[in-house]
Design a protein around this ligand. Structure first.
Ligand SMILES: Nc1ncnc2c1ncn2[C@@H]1O[C@H](COP(=O)(O)OP(=O)(O)OP(=O)(O)O)[C@@H](O)[C@H]1O
Length: 270
């Protein structure tokens, strides 16, 4: 689904983050991206979202070059970005309203666009209920806990029926029990929907819980992707399982050694 070929990217100040970097994501896969602070995780996510543009190289989604944000890519950020003056329900409708303005292609609102408002409302209610916040729909973001706000931000994105979900440290501001609960929710969602997702995280356990594949970025400039194939994702009850603990230790070693050449011999890494 996502094909990144020979990507090079640098910011205007000359910071080279990616040099001839290539990797591919298949439809339905759930990836996590981990790496030291400043290595380019968010930048990579924003490149895939069409918010940054490659200096050279190509990023294709379903064969199409990403020149601008794609309407069917959903983005969830750490600070949730809810409008403070709108209720939870209105926040969840926000993307639908914007889509009416710009149209489903993200450019124009075609004159024959007649959204099915009943179906849209059902969709909003479905996701609010699925994320356990339907009873909060008339509340404002300031009246919610951080976990509830993050659920609202996820609901707002899922209402738009994305085929690709990009999340940048979505749970990092949350306390451990709430973070684990939301990881569980997202795992269930992934199993049911088969949505393709990429989640940036700092948290090693989260990377193992959420990522069927884990992309480990290293010190810049990132050249060779290090990918760990991880069959332990989705098994939250496995946190005490020795295999899970070992996988976390392996990942920690990789992050500490921070030398990509070391990774090639690791079992499961490709
Ligand atoms: N708009 C920008 N202009 C110039 N440099 C930037 C810009 N955005 C990020 N950078 C720099 O690029 C590097 C990578 O930033 P990025 O946010 O992608 O890293 P990250 O791996 O997500 O970091 P963290 O884990 O700390 O969030 C950093 O050194 C950062 O200072």
């Amino acid at each position: 689904m996502i094909s990144i070929s020979d990507l090079s990217f640098q910011y205007g100040d000359g910071t080279n983050l990616f040099c001839d970097f290539s990797f591919h994501v298949k439809r339905g896969e759930s990836w996590t991206i981990i790496g030291p602070s400043g290595c380019g995780k968010t930048t990579l996510l924003f490149l895939i979202a069409g918010l940054n543009h490659p200096t050279t190289g190509k990023i294709l989604i379903d064969g199409k070059s990403i020149e601008r944000p794609r309407p069917s890519t959903g983005l969830v950020l750490q600070d949730h970005g809810l409008l403070p003056w709108a209720t939870v329900e209105k926040n969840c409708r926000l993307g639908l309203e914007i889509r009416k303005f710009y149209g489903p292609d993200g450019k124009h609102s075609p004159s024959d666009l007649r959204p099915d408002e009943k179906e849209e409302q059902e969709r909003v209610e479905h996701w609010l209920s699925w994320l356990g916040i339907d009873h909060l729909k008339s509340m404002f973001p300031s009246q919610l806990s951080r976990g509830q706000r993050q659920r609202a931000a996820i609901a707002r994105t899922l209402v738009l029926q994305p085929d690709l979900l990009l999340m940048d440290e979505p749970f990092s501001a949350l306390d451990a029990p709430i973070r684990e609960e939301l990881q569980w929710v997202m795992n269930g969602f992934h199993r049911e929907s088969g949505l393709t997702s990429l989640t940036v995280t700092h948290d090693i356990e989260e990377a193992v819980v959420l990522g069927e594949k884990i992309l480990v970025l290293g010190n810049r400039c990132n050249r060779e992707p290090v990918v760990i194939v991880n069959h332990l994702s989705g098994m939250l009850d496995s946190r005490k399982n020795p295999e899970f603990i070992q996988r976390c230790e392996e990942l920690k070693d990789i992050l500490v050694s921070n030398k990509q050449g070391v990774f090639n011999d690791m079992s499961g890494a490709q």
